[in-house]
Design a protein around this ligand. Structure first.
Ligand code: NAP
Length: 489
């Protein structure tokens, strides 16, 4: 079978319609939305372009199914997730190809995301049976305190394009485990992975109405009526801080329980005593995973003055070796950015830094030709007023600045409104603990360039978000605690 045929077969195998109340159906009015391959800027296919009325139908289905679904035994809810985990892994290759086609990341990274995404279902399949309250003697000895956990109710889940499947399973997994029904809206650039996931959950026995999927080109108009509808009880969003702020305001209308996984500006600290080669490899992973289009992406490298030049040179050598190209080619390590506006934003940040005195040790420009490619770039001597140190880059650009003391390193790391993740490289354990205690972030990678793990609480502080996904904490986001005061007189 030729490559073209295989790509087409994989795209053709996915449902392109809305999934509402267990039925696949066209958008009202029959509108469609074009999905593009960012490596070629050519159209891949069209999917249903959902309207606000479609979205309200989806919420109605979720609302009608909520009571029945909450009564399904936890072990059965867990088994559905476990079956879906198995099916995702059986189809890892085709799902990876689908993701690369709509999002651009290299195939090896898509395979890794599929495995990571599936892991959330395996993890939450177990968590479904570990939802528990407690019973205790009241402080005055007279009564008893009893707590029970109950599903929060119909949930609205909104996911971004950069991890089209993992950001979905990280929300759907705990919602299923907790006994919540849901309406999911993937990003318009990457609806196919979510539609494929819905098909897998359907085949795994998830009852109709529990999961409803709306694809749409007009996210604001379609989601606002849902967020303000009294039938919705929860909003879980992953995306930019800018949109997150708007959604928090909308959620205030019905006082929804909210979870927000927002933007980041991750500092990567390298101390003089660090294993520099290990730091370079960690930096490469933290910077280049997902072509730099990750909320956890290292956005700023703060390096001890004594080793800053050596680090810049070593990182530039490794970045310069990475092959850039279409993600479907096996040896490609850097795919295209998601679209032209993202590439222009990355280029603008690089131009700004260069104009203020930074040096491009490698890269520093876009690649000519079709697709939205940008050269892996290392910028040294980046001045404090450069925008690249303040704004989320979301591209393959590594800005480096030097520090002279531990205090300065921590102060620089914290000098941002974001607080998602930080990376620390040092061999001095006491220093590591001092620095980590001082960092204003929800997560820290200590001598490692990646923190993602289905069994760990992922999330940020400050303007990087509210709540945690994954770990034991993930399911709590979809539960309410009911306290019962028991009279023992
Ligand atoms: P985005 O523009 O905020 O969009 C995220 C999602 O929200 C998409 O589905 C988008 O739909 C939808 N959306 C946009 N405007 C909306 C509105 N007014 N009402 C309802 N929904 C709306 O973010 P993005 O560019 O897709 O993703 C990149 C951002 O996500 C980065 O800032 C990154 O740091 C963040 N992120 C955070 C985490 C984390 O866990 N903290 C993980 C991954 C990504 P359409 O695109 O279809 O309009």
């Amino acid at each position: 079978m030729s490559t073209v045929t295989r790509e087409q077969t994989v795209v053709d195998s996915v449902e392109k319609r809305l999934y509402i109340g267990g039925e696949w159906r066209d958008a009202r009015g029959g509108g469609t939305l074009e999905v593009e391959d960012p490596a070629t800027a050519e159209p891949l296919c069209e999917v249903a372009d959902g309207t606000p009325e479609d979205a309200l139908d989806a919420l109605a289905a979720a609302h009608e199914t909520q009571r029945e679904w909450a009564a399904v035994p936890p072990i059965e809810r867990g088994e559905i997730l476990r079956r879906a985990f198995e099916k995702i892994m059986q189809r890892q290759e085709e799902l990876a190809l689908l993701m690369t086609l709509e999002m651009g990341k290299p195939l090896a990274e898509s395979r890794a995301e599929i495995a990571y995404a599936a892991e959330f279902f395996r993890w939450f399949s177990g968590e479904a049976t570990r939802i528990e309250g407690y019973y205790k003697v009241a402080g005055n000895g007279a009564g008893r305190v009893l707590t029970m956990k109950q599903p929060v109710g119909p949930s609205i889940l909104i996911t971004p394009w950069n991890f089209p499947m993992a950001m979905g399973t990280r929300k759907i997994g705990p919602a299923v485990a907790a006994g919540c029904t849901m309406v999911v809206k993937p990003a318009k650039q990457t609806p196919l992975s979510m539609l494929a996931l819905a098909q897998i959950l359907e085949e795994s026995g998830l009852p109709g109405g529990v999961l409803n999927v709306i694809t749409s080109s007009s996210s604001g108009a379609v989601m606002e009526p849902l967020i303000k509808d009294p039938r919705a009880r929860k909003l879980s969003f992953t995306g930019s801080t800018e949109v997150g702020r708007v959604l928090i305001a909308q959620a205030a209308d019905q006082v929804l329980k909210v979870s927000m996984e927002l933007g980041g500006n991750a500092p990567f600290l390298i101390f003089e005593d660090a294993d520099l080669d290990a730091a370079v490899e960690g930096a490469l992973l933290a910077k280049m995973r997902n072509i730099g289009e990750a909320c956890t992406s290292a956005n700023r490298f703060h390096v001890a003055g004594a080793v800053a030049d050596e680090f810049a040179e070593k990182l530039a050598r490794r970045m310069g070796e990475l092959k850039v190209g279409r993600g479907t080619e096996e040896d490609v390590k850097v795919g295209p950015l998601i679209d032209d506006s993202q590439r222009s934003k990355v280029d603008e940040l690089v131009r700004d830094a260069l104009s203020k005195g930074a040096t491009a040790v490698v890269g520093g420009e876009r690649l000519d030709g079709a697709g939205y490619f940008y050269k892996p770039t290392v910028l040294a001597g980046v001045p404090d007023d450069a925008r690249v140190l303040r704004e989320e880059i979301f591209g393959p650009v590594a800005p480096i600045t030097a520090f002279e003391s531990e205090e300065e390193a921590v102060a620089r790391a914290n000098d941002t409104e974001y607080g998602l993740v930080a990376y620390v490289y040092t061999r001095d354990f006491k220093r590591a603990m001092r620095v980590i205690e001082g960092l204003e972030t929800g997560m820290v990678g200590l001598n490692q360039g990646m923190v993602s793990n289905a069994g760990a609480p992922f999330g940020g502080v400050k303007q990087s978000g509210i709540g945690r996904e994954g770990g034991h904490e993930g399911v709590e986001e979809f539960l309410e605690t009911k306290y019962v005061a028991v009279n023992m007189d």
